[in-house]
Design a protein around this ligand. Structure first.
Ligand code: SF4
Length: 371
């Protein structure tokens, strides 16, 4: 079983972020942990299977005090008694660099966390300020070293690319800084403009520029070149790992496995239907206090929707799709254009193909892409 726990709290909202968060100076950690554990007790599914992965995402999970993280992780692991030992399962914590201290890193490791995904985004202080991030560039390297000293070697870095041109962000320099830290994993996200974010307001006022496709493509392809040369394998459109240290939790999503989500806005999928929780923290906590499941809605996927989703997710990854799933005409055209290649009898997107993923899925199925 793959378990996701959404921790909604952040100290401020980043300029591009439209996630479901609750901005708080003081995090109601105890109440939050109690709510998540009560939500779990409201779920059916006894006997519970063992956990294969546990992922604390957000928001900013590292804002929770270390003892709350320890209580949460320990209680969740205890609630799934068939879970194999901590050496076998993957327990990921999303953290912001400013929350990593020697004490917190040691406490996370003791609690069972064995993978940390660090929201680095850029190493340029000017860019980080524009993003409304709370750390500076130097803090990222310090955080990685502190995590390693605490025995947390499996560290992933998130970076954002395709920023507005007026920022004059030096992408090759940021890639160089990231690679110098030798993370086991990198996640690279192109900036998108979401409605009702500070960035969307800046663009509508004319004080910022929308990211352009050419910059996006150039920076994406450069990242492929630099990371591949450094021994990283892009195993998904936005994710690269070295030494086989892929995110097992996210890989489960992409290969269509079922998963359970706890916390505000968390999604669950049982292989047939998807359900998701109310997004607002107060509404979520209110439902739990009243003894109700905090469900916002659910949908049952038709066999056609499931097939489309399977195809889309498979093309996002280096598993690709069976050659036989692709009409010969399309196959020849895509391979001829350099957008895909045949590997072990499967059609797998090249970086140029991943840049056109939605169009390729539309071309293959005649249906607008999803996700
Ligand atoms: S830290 Fe992450 S979740 Fe929180 S506002 Fe920034 S981008 Fe959004």
């Amino acid at each position: 079983m793959h378990l996701y726990v959404h921790v909604p709290f952040c100290v401020r909202r980043c300029s591009y972020c439209d996630f479901s968060i609750a901005v708080r100076k003081h995090v109601p950690a105890r109440e939050y942990v109690e709510c998540v554990l009560r939500e779990l007790s409201l779920l059916r599914a006894e006997p519970r299977p063992g956990l294969a992965t546990l992922y604390l995402g957000g928001g900013t999970p590292s804002l929770l005090p270390a003892d709350s993280i320890a209580t949460l992780v320990t209680s969740l692991l205890n609630a799934f008694p068939s879970t194999p030992s901590l050496d076998v399962i993957e327990v990921t914590l999303e953290a912001n660099p400013e929350d990593v201290t020697s004490e917190s890193a040691v406490a996370w490791r003791r609690a069972g966390v064995n993978r940390v995904s660090l929201g680095a985004q850029s190493f340029d202080d000017r860019v980080l300020q524009w993003m409304h991030r709370s750390h500076d560039g130097a803090r990222i390297g310090a955080a990685v070293r502190t995590l390693r000293d605490a025995g947390l070697d499996n560290v992933s870095l998130d970076l954002i690319f395709a920023l507005p041109p007026e920022l004059d962000r030096d992408w090759p320099r940021d890639l160089g800084h990231a690679l110098a830290l030798q993370p086991t994993h990198l996640s690279l996200y192109g900036l998108t403009v979401e409605p009702r974010t500070p960035l969307a307001r800046w663009i509508s006022r004319g004080t910022s520029t929308a990211p352009d496709d050419e910059r996006y493509a150039a920076e994406y392809l450069l990242a492929h070149e630099r990371l591949s040369a450094a021994g990283y394998e892009f195993y998904e459109v936005s994710n690269a790992a070295r030494d086989g240290l892929r995110s097992r939790h996210n890989s489960a999503y992409w290969s269509g496995h079922s998963y359970t989500g706890l916390g505000p806005a968390a999604h669950s999928y049982d292989g047939r239907a998807r359900r998701w929780n109310v997004a607002a923290w107060e509404k979520y906590a209110g439902a739990i206090r009243a003894g109700r499941a905090p469900l916002e809605s659910e949908e049952t996927l038709t066999p056609e929707q499931r097939e489309l989703e399977r195809l889309y997710l498979a093309l996002r990854t280096d598993a690709g799709v069976a050659r036989s799933a692709c009409p010969p005409g399309r196959l020849t055209a895509w391979v001829g254009q350099g957008w895909a290649e045949i590997r072990n009898g499967r059609l797998v997107c090249t970086p140029e193909g991943w840049l056109r993923l939605d169009a390729l899925v539309r071309d293959l199925t005649g249906v607008e892409a999803i996700g």
